[in-house]
Design a protein around this ligand. Structure first.
Ligand SMILES: Cc1cc2nc3c(=O)[nH]c(=O)nc-3n(C[C@H](O)[C@H](O)[C@H](O)COP(=O)(O)OP(=O)(O)OC[C@H]3O[C@@H](n4cnc5c(N)ncnc54)[C@H](O)[C@@H]3O)c2cc1C
Length: 281
């Protein structure tokens, strides 16, 4: 096993061509996955290509309607940037701890492709688009098309995720909550993310996602469609219908972190809180 440190993105892409390599950005997932007994070096069976230092993956630009974030930007840099809206930052602030967020990258959270990945509910809800590079050029892919299941995604062996584009809107309501064993360094048992734009008592747009209740993040576009144009008048009729519909998409599992029953109950409870208390439906 060799550790390679390319000087540019094109050199990294060259190293990926025709070879079975593993990319390492912040290493906060990989070093845990490949950990060895205390005192021993982590063991990798493939060559490792380091990408966390590449300047082509290290930019953060925020325009009126989109945030463009290089895949190797550490979460802490996004959180500290005053031009990034709070509804983008909030889930990132729940990841790990300050030291983890200094190393962990947004691209790594996406490519790790865990249904409990805390950036993913936000990225699905906001229709984030990924730019992926190979020696043949660039391609774009919606984050929801990229992730196929737990730890499975559509990244080819010769590709590198380079950018995450997050469309921005003037949302005036948002809510993110994760239920976990403790407040730091804990993987979500279940999570909910919601944003809405409410003006003159009506819902202009709304987007809601659930994490860790199915093999990938769940977004219920049919439930969202029921709510668009609705009066936020606190009568709860529409929120009940939307919650019933979302219930049908929630297929949680029992595992070491939690149970199906807990996940379903908390997921729908968080969705209810968003719809009734935050949006006012
Ligand atoms: C103590 C601790 C607490 C944690 N808490 C949380 C938490 O609360 N919530 C949460 O969601 N996660 C958590 N994590 C997991 C981890 O920190 C995040 O998933 C992080 O964002 C991964 O980023 P990274 O740069 O460290 O990824 P890496 O470990 O470098 O890589 C992760 C995967 O992504 C691939 N990859 C990385 N960058 C690219 C790229 N640009 N193109 C293609 N593939 C790429 C790698 O090959 C690897 O398969 C925690 C981890 C630890 C150790």
């Amino acid at each position: 096993m060799t550790i390679r440190r390319p000087l540019s993105l094109s050199e990294a892409l060259y190293m990926r061509q025709g070879a079975d390599t593993v990319l390492m950005a912040g290493g906060t997932d990989l070093m845990v996955k490949h950990r060895a007994p205390a005192g021993a070096r982590p063991s990798f069976t493939k060559d490792v290509v380091l990408i966390g230092h590449l300047k082509e993956l290290g930019y953060l630009k925020v325009y009126d309607d989109v945030a463009r974030i290089g895949a190797a930007v550490p979460l802490a840099m996004i959180i500290q940037d005053a031009s990034v809206p709070g509804y983008v930052k909030e889930p990132l602030m729940s990841i790990g701890s300050p030291s983890i967020r200094n190393m962990a990258t947004l691209g790594g959270n996406i490519c790790n492709s865990s249904p409990a990945g805390d950036s993913l509910t936000m990225l699905y809800a906001l229709d984030a688009v990924l730019t992926i590079a190979s020696a043949a050029g660039l391609r774009e892919c919606a984050v929801s098309d990229f992730i196929e299941g737990p730890s499975k995604n559509r990244l080819a062996k010769d590709e590198i995720l380079v950018e995450i584009a997050i469309p921005l809107m003037d949302y005036n309501r948002f809510f993110y909550r994760k239920a976990a064993q403790r407040r730091a360094n804990a993987v979500s048992k279940v999570s909910f993310y919601g944003v809405a734009q409410v003006s003159e008592g009506r819902v202009g747009s709304v987007s809601m996602t659930l994490g860790a209740v199915a093999p990938t993040v769940v977004r219920d576009r049919a439930a969202e469609a029921m709510l668009i144009g609705a009066e936020a008048d606190g009568r709860h009729g529409l929120s009940e219908r939307a919650l019933d519909h979302m219930d049908g998409l929630v297929v949680p599992i029992d595992d070491l972190r939690s149970t199906k029953a807990y996940r379903r109950r908390v997921a729908l409870g968080l969705a209810r809180h968003f719809l009734e208390e935050v949006v006012g439906l």
